[in-house]
Structure formats: structure tokens, C-alpha cells
Design a protein around this ligand. Structure first.
Ligand code: NAD
Length: 295
């Protein structure tokens, strides 16, 4: 049993904390939102009065927060209360720069640290099947691995500080671009009189094959479990896709990488989300594309 503090008990954090409890760990949580506190309490966590109180006795601290500014602010607030040698794991999706700043803060306080963002969404958080992509020292990764395995099915050490966030935004840039590509292909196929099933049967076994097609097909029918069959209820909301595409663009600009399709995908998702679609699944962009078509 490990004493774990969990800060940020929202849609992802509460079920992740619940899986740590289910694995036999003692979990003390904190969130600013009473509803999030309640969800974690129902999952078996003890709720502290503040983030600093939650970490006081912890061997491992996990944060699952909206953005980089929340992570650096929370780590700044809790590090003075953390035991020397404690391990801090941030599983939020944040910019690489903030992730590296958080690592530096932890090191200065004599703590181990890991950036370990996830893929798998709320479903994966509940089922304990997340994929973790981790950045940090070998010692931090070794200490974190058993705890991450209680919340996920795959844990990958991607490199040093920030490497987990780098892997996450690169992967999600592929995802955003590939979903637009698949949606464009179905929209073009419709104009050409091609059935959805025929295009799926060909592309899913040909060189157009990809996750956006075979798992998350943006038209109803060929993949019965995809959000297209449920009115595009998320799933993975367009607002979150836009957030990740913007993080990828910020990293591309800072590092000088050329990502013209990533930039275009960010613009298209900004237009789509800006028209009231931010809460819909990101595969619903096919409906927006159809709306752009010439009559
Ligand atoms: P969420 O908004 O449901 O949860 C975030 C929680 O952080 C909220 O409950 C909020 O009250 C809390 N919070 C904010 N500031 C705080 C502070 N100073 N102290 C304590 N609590 C604070 O978001 P989520 O969907 O759980 O996502 C969390 C992170 O995981 C984000 O970075 C997101 O990009 C990433 N992520 C989400 C998904 C998904 O499908 N939802 C998938 C992969 C990654």
C-alpha cells in the first residue's frame, strides 16, 4: 500500500483515484469543485481541506488539472508541504515548457517528478485501461510504474523531462489530422455516390487504414461503437482536440518544426468548435465539412 495524494478530481481524476483505491492504496484527494470532491469520495478517497494538506503525508502525488498554469501553481503551493524524496506525477495534458518548469521546481525541492499524460479518455480512466506516456528520470519512472499500472494498461517511458507531453501532442496531432482526412474522404465519397460501407471496406484494408477510420469512423454504420452512431456524443470532445492541436502548434513554433497540416487542423477545429460544437465528439467535424461543400 502506498500513500497517494490526488489533486484534480474531475472527469478523469476521480475515476483514476478510484482505481488507485481499488488497487489497495490509501488515497487522499483535493479539488476546488465540491462535485469533484464528492465523486472521489464516492470512489473511496479521503478528501482533504486543501492541496497542501492532501500531500503532507504522501509518498506519491498525482495531479490531473486543466492546463499548464494550474499545474505549476499547484506544484508551487504543494512542494513546501511534500516530504523530501516524494514523487510528483503530473498526468494532465499541458505544454512542454510548463512541464519542464514543473520538473525543475520538484528537483529544487528534493523531489522526484514525472510528466505522464494519458490517452484513453474518460472511458479508459474508469476502466483502468489508460496509456501513460512518461517523461523524467529512470528513478522517477521506476517508482511511478506500479502506481501508473493500477490506472492503465500500458506505460511507456518516452525520455527525460517533458518527453511524455511531447509524445502526447505529437500523437494527438496525428489524430486530429487523420480524422479530418477520413472525414474529407467520406464527404467526397458521398458526392461521388460511394456508399459508406464500400469506402470503409476498401480503406480499412488498404493504405488509408488508420485509427480514425477503423475505431472512430466518423459516419454511422461501419463501426457500430463509434460516436457517429450516438449522435456524436463524446468520446473525445472537439474542445479537447483543439486544446491538444494548439499545444502542438505552440511546441512547433517554439522548436521551429514545420507542421503545416497540424496548423491547418488547429484552424479547422477552432472554426468547428467556435460554432457551438466544442462539446461534441471531434469526429462530428464531418458534418461541418459537408456544410462547407458547394451545392
Ligand atoms: P476536468 O475539468 O473534468 O477536471 C479538472 C479538475 O481540476 C476540475 O475538477 C477542477 O475543479 C480541478 N482544478 C482546477 N484547478 C485546481 C486547483 N488549483 N486545485 C485543485 N483542483 C483544481 O478535466 P478532465 O477531463 O478531468 O481533464 C484533466 C486533464 O486530463 C486535462 O489536462 C485534459 O486535457 C486531460 N485529458 C482529458 C481527457 C478526457 O477525455 N477528458 C483525455 C486525456 C487527457
Amino acid at each position: 500500500m502506498t500513500r497517494i495524494a490526488f489533486i484534480g478530481l474531475g472527469n478523469m481524476g476521480a475515476p483514476m483515484a478510484g482505481n488507485l483505491v481499488a488497487a489497495g492504496h490509501a488515497v487522499t484527494g483535493f479539488d476546488l469543485a465540491p462535485a469533484a470532491q464528492e465523486a472521489a469520495r464516492a470512489a473511496g478517497a479521503t478528501i482533504a481541506a486543501s492541496a497542501a494538506e492532501a500531500v503532507a503525508d504522501a509518498q506519491i502525488v498525482v495531479t490531473m488539472l486543466p492546463a499548464g498554469r494550474h499545474v505549476t501553481a499547484v506544484w508551487e503551493a504543494i512542494l513546501p508541504a511534500c516530504a523530501r524524496g516524494a514523487l510528483l506525477i503530473d498526468s494532465s495534458t499541458i505544454d512542454v515548457e510548463s512541464a519542464r518548469a514543473a520538473h525543475a521546481m520538484a528537483e529544487a525541492a528534493g523531489c522526484l517528478s514525472l510528466d505522464a499524460p494519458v490517452s484513453g479518455g474518460v472511458g479508459g480512466a474508469s476502466a483502468g485501461t489508460l496509456t501513460f506516456m512518461a517523461g523524467g528520470s529512470d528513478a522517477a519512472f521506476a517508482a511511478a510504474k506500479p502506481v501508473l499500472e493500477a490506472m492503465g494498461k500500458k506505460v511507456v517511458h518516452c525520455g527525460g523531462p517533458g518527453a511524455g507531453q511531447a509524445a502526447k501532442i505529437c500523437n494527438n496531432m496525428i489524430l486530429g489530422i487523420s480524422m479530418i482526412g477520413v472525414a474529407e474522404a467520406f464527404a467526397l465519397g458521398e458526392k461521388l455516390g460511394l456508399s459508406h460501407q464500400a469506402l470503409f471496406d476498401v480503406a480499412s484494408t488498404s493504405s488509408g487504414q488508420c485509427w480514425s477510420l477503423t475505431t472512430y469512423c466518423p459516419v454511422p454504420g461501419p463501426v457500430p461503437t463509434s460516436p457517429a452512431n450516438k449522435g456524436y456524443a463524446p468520446g473525445f470532445a472537439a474542445d479537447l482536440m483543439l486544446k491538444d492541436l494548439r499545444l502542438a502548434q505552440a511546441a512547433a513554433n517554439a522548436s521551429g518544426a514545420a507542421t503545416p497540416l497540424g496548423a491547418e487542423a488547429a484552424q479547422l477545429y477552432a472554426l468547428f468548435a467556435g460554432q457551438g460544437n466544442g462539446g461534441r465528439d471531434f469526429s462530428a467535424i464531418i458534418e461541418w465539412l459537408r456544410g462547407q461543400a458547394q451545392a
